[in-house]
Design a protein around this ligand. Sequence first.
Ligand code: GLN
Length: 282
Amino acid sequence: MRASQPLRELISNCSLPTNEARILLAHLLEKHYQLPRSALLSRDDMNLNEQALQEWQSLVSRRASGEPVAYILGKKGFHDIELQVGPGVLIPRPETELLVDIALSEITKLNKPATVLDLGTGSGAIALAIASAAPLASVIATDQSAEALVIAQQNAKALNLTKQLKFLQGNWYGALVQQGQFDVIVSNPPYIANQDPHLTQGDLRFEPSSALTDYGSGLSCLQAILLEAHKFLKPGGLIAVEHGFDQSESVVDLMKIADLIDVQVHLDLAGHSRVASGRKQL
Ligand code: GLN
């Protein structure tokens, strides 16, 4: 039998990048020993028991074959909340927090209980982050995927937000049944073009393709959402959508065709135009 190795050696001998090895090991320390992440340092001479060691080897090999860290852990932090995620939903991205912040700043300005629509909610990330930060808002979240809605509903329950949320299944606005008009509409739809090489790289290989690509030019879902927005926005209401780093001009044009006013582009932390917002006339 191989001599057991202390935590510091498990990390230094691991084939994964150190930060990923640390994340996976911290997860096991919590699961098997109820130890906090700081134990990676404070207990770095500790040896894992046989069961934890086997699991370590299995997590490392899953990650080495490309499986996203968020799916291996089954969770991902987003804005001020933590979400359960699995292969049925897109892993929430940090740049999508921009959409949440734009919605929240609008809700604060409205200064009354707002109605919000999140189209294509996936894990529920955007809808739940908004509901969590704006307890008076009521949020409708849609998705075409029944599998995604199950995960989103579990997240709503775990975060104790079920009273503020309603989940509906269907294709964009087609999911709605007489919900009327909204103060704020947000969406992070699939916007990657069919042929984009990113789809065959990194985490994206493991994510549902229907959450990433429209199987066309990348703009068809954005177009469907924007061109019908006026029917579902209250007068003066705001719509904000995430898009690809090179789609800003096209999305701004779509917003103008859709008769939206006060069109603005918003940059993500990497400095890319990532979100566009517009308003229905009063
Ligand atoms: N932002 C994601 C990525 O580039 C794509 C998400 C989406 O298509 N809405 O990986």
